[in-house]
Design a protein around this ligand. Structure first.
Ligand SMILES: Nc1ncnc2c1ncn2[C@@H]1O[C@H](COP(=O)(O)OP(=O)(O)O)[C@@H](O)[C@H]1O
Ligand SMILES: CC(C)(COP(=O)(O)O)[C@@H](O)C(=O)NCCC(=O)O
Length: 310
């Protein structure tokens, strides 16, 4: 382990070193609960929860307490008692890297701590422009790229939650319909913690504006080698063909009819032309901005952790 005196802002830890930092954090999750939280084709097991996610919740709990104390200092300075503002946690990474499982697990685990029982989760797909707008702008093939999101609405949403507004609402995205659900809303009511998960949440702001991460108290980047993520994407695509795509409401219903070979070619093309390009051009360059990087090996398990100590 780096001793913190080597001049770099990061501490690199092996899985074993990180796992030891769990200390006495109890495992509060059952096998059945984990099955509910696991993403399509994600092999995560209770050993991963114990070795990776329990130390992580311990770190976040300590960090949450520190943020509350900092907020109280400003409140004392102003001489005005103000309610603590929600703690905002960002989670970034490629399509198919497993961000959603990380976000859902942290949602459940963090809510079991007495200091922060109220945890909400928002995914940035809620702020994708509806397909009608993407089509009008001729960017349907750019879904997931920064310009496919209403970034001002996303920043406004997080700023309003951070400011402590009693109720803040966001649209809802359906993976099944591959579009924003007309009229549906998700409402957040002054949580202790808001988790904001999405591909582009660590992107810097344009000049003279604020970015969503300007409101983050902490951020996590879920990382893996590009070729491993591609394999996971293709495997998940096959799994989805046998599950979600079979649903008559699925936008991808027609893809369930392809042969295995045609489906593999299709998934590899979408990966190469859309998701890998977005990863290389927009997402991976933001990794250095994260407070913590979880680096996964070929079997999806986290092998290394990098923590920013300053
Ligand atoms: N076409 C699809 N139909 C149904 N669910 C999907 C589809 N594509 C992705 N998902 C699900 O949506 C969630 C987000 O996926 P994604 O953006 O690839 O991020 P990640 O794999 O990092 O969580 C995952 O739970 C995934 O299983
Ligand atoms: C909906 C997504 C853009 C991810 O959204 P996020 O919540 O990460 O902002 C992505 O899962 C997606 O559907 N990408 C389009 C290309 C594809 O279908 O693989």
């Amino acid at each position: 382990m780096a001793n913190g005196l080597d001049g770099t802002p990061y501490v690199e830890l092996s899985r074993e070193q990180w796992g030891a930092l769990r200390r006495n954090t109890p495992l509060t999750l059952t096998e059945e609960e984990l099955a509910e939280l696991r993403g399509v084709d994600d092999p995560i097991d209770l050993a991963e929860v114990t070795d990776i996610y329990l130390p992580l919740t311990r770190l976040l709990n300590l960090h949450f307490t520190g943020a509350r104390q900092r907020g109280a200092a400003v409140s004392t300075f102003l001489g005005a008692g103000q309610r603590p503002s929600p703690y905002i946690l960002g989670i970034a990474g490629s399509v198919a890297v497993g961000k959603s499982t990380t976000a859902r697990l942290l949602h459940t685990l963090l809510a079991r701590w007495p200091e922060h029982p109220r945890v909400d989760l928002i995914t940035t797909d809620s702020f994708l422009y509806p397909n009608t707008v993407l089509t009008e702008r001729d960017i349907m093939h750019r879904k997931g790229f920064p310009e496919s999101y209403d970034r001002r609405a996303l920043v406004r949403f997080v700023a309003d939650v951070k400011a402590g507004l009693p109720e803040v609402s966001a649209p809802v995205y359906s993976h099944l319909e591959y579009d924003i659900v007309p009229g549906a809303l998700q409402t957040v009511r002054r949580p202790d913690i808001l988790i904001v998960e999405g591909l582009n949440v660590l992107q810097p702001a344009p000049p003279t504006a604020l970015a969503v991460n300007d409101y983050f108290d902490f951020s996590i980047y879920v990382d893996a080698k590009v070729e491993h993520i591609r394999d996971w994407y293709v495997d998940r695509f096959h799994k989805l063909r046998r599950t979600a795509f079979e649903d008559p409401k699925s936008y991808f219903r027609h893809l369930a009819e392809l042969s295995e070979e045609e489906a593999t070619t299709f998934a590899k093309d979408v990966w190469r032309d859309i998701n890998e390009r977005n990863l290389v051009e927009n997402i991976a360059p933001t990794r250095g901005r994260a407070g913590l990087v979880l680096h996964k090996g070929p079997d999806h398990s986290v092998r290394r952790v990098r923590l920013r100590r300053i």
